[in-house]
Design a protein around this ligand. Structure first.
Ligand code: TXA
Ligand code: MG
Length: 312
């Protein structure tokens, strides 16, 4: 039985909130990727969520909140962290902070850590659901662990439709790459996962940002596991001339099987990345990807591509 797919109108939002209250799983649209939502306070629901994703239980989840005030009631935000949150929330920036005693996010969702990842998403579908539900919702990307994140409701239905209770279809995700995750506990924010909010964006509001710890033997953010976001096909990166038999994922002008952005627009490329990888993954064993500039949003795009290209 595959889950029903509904537009996030008021009746569907009420139904989704009721399913979540009963411990069910709902796929919700966010501006980054589709999330697989469960009640953050309900350990049974969170256990179902880990099982549905096939996610290693040491990998903690992001708690999504309807407002900054709700997030500030879950974790310990410094004055600088609050100032940064005011600049980017609602939006694609996730803060790792110390959990406070009163947090309602269950230990399983935090993978037993004393810290907590919090984000206030911007997508109207996610916001409506969070407001109707009331409390925090944990929501990892709605894909089987290690595979390509979903940027359309159809992706969720194809990959996970039989494992959840309802899919809210809020259209294609506008950002297409998961949120930037920062460790906001110290005097300087540390980027744990690059995303659409760049270190320069952060530095404008909290100077001294440290962009990326690259100790991949002991990932401080388990989304930094080396092989992640992976298609079945073998991926070759920074390719100018594809070999015979390779599908070519282009960037900028020129011939390609699919083109992330013929106009060389990084935001458009990010929004298209996961959907085009999926499309090429059906019917091709080898995919060559054009070089993509590494500045700005290009850093996050190249980060995801490098992980997708890594062989087991
Ligand atoms: O854009 C997004 O962030 C999407 C949408 C659905 O909101 N969600 C998402 O969740 O990408 P997920 O679970 O696929 O990735 C969460 C990342 C992982 O890399 C996880 O290890 C990290 O956040 N994380 C969560 N809690 C953490 C913590 N306490 N300390 C360090 N990293 C943490
Ligand atoms: Mg993910």
């Amino acid at each position: 039985m595959t889950a029903p797919v509904l537009r996030p109108d008021p009746a569907a939002i009420r139904q989704a909130a009721a399913i979540l209250k009963e411990g069910g799983l709902v796929a919700m649209p966010t501006e980054t990727v589709y999330g697989l939502a469960a009640d953050a306070a309900n350990a049974d629901a969170v256990a179902r969520l880990y099982a549905a994703k096939g996610r290693p239980s040491f990998n903690p989840l992001i708690a999504h909140c309807a407002s900054a005030d709700i997030a500030f009631g879950q974790g310990d935000f410094s004055a600088q962290a609050r100032h940064l949150a005011a600049a980017f929330w609602p939006g694609p920036l996730t803060f790792v902070v110390e959990a406070i005693e009163a947090t309602t996010v269950c230990p399983l969702a935090r993978a037993g850590l004393d810290t907590l990842a919090l984000r206030v998403p911007a997508h109207p579908g996610a916001r409506a659901l969070l407001e109707a539900f009331g409390g925090p919702l944990v929501a990892p990307s709605a894909n089987p662990s290690g595979r390509i994140s979903p940027t359309r409701a159809e992706h969720v239905a194809a990959d996970m439709g039989d494992k959840l209770d309802l899919i809210l279809d809020g259209g294609p995700c506008t950002q297409g790459i998961e949120s930037t995750v920062i460790d906001a506990r110290g005097g300087h924010p540390v980027v744990l996962r690059p995303g659409s909010v760049s270190p320069a964006d952060i530095a404008a509001h909290w100077p001294g940002v440290i962009s990326g710890k690259d100790d991949q033997t002991a990932p401080s953010s388990p989304g930094q596991l080396l092989r992640h976001y992976a298609p079945q096909a073998r991926l070759r990166l920074d390719v100018i001339a594809p070999e015979p038999g390779e599908a070519y994922l282009g960037f900028g002008p020129g011939k390609a099987t699919l083109n992330l952005s013929p106009d060389s627009d990084l935001a458009e490329a990010a929004a298209n990345l996961f959907a085009m990888l999926r499309e090429l993954d059906t019917g091709h064993e080898r995919i060559a990807v054009a070089p993509i500039p590494r500045e700005d949003l290009g850093a996050a795009i190249n980060d995801r591509l490098a992980r997708a290209a890594k062989q087991d």
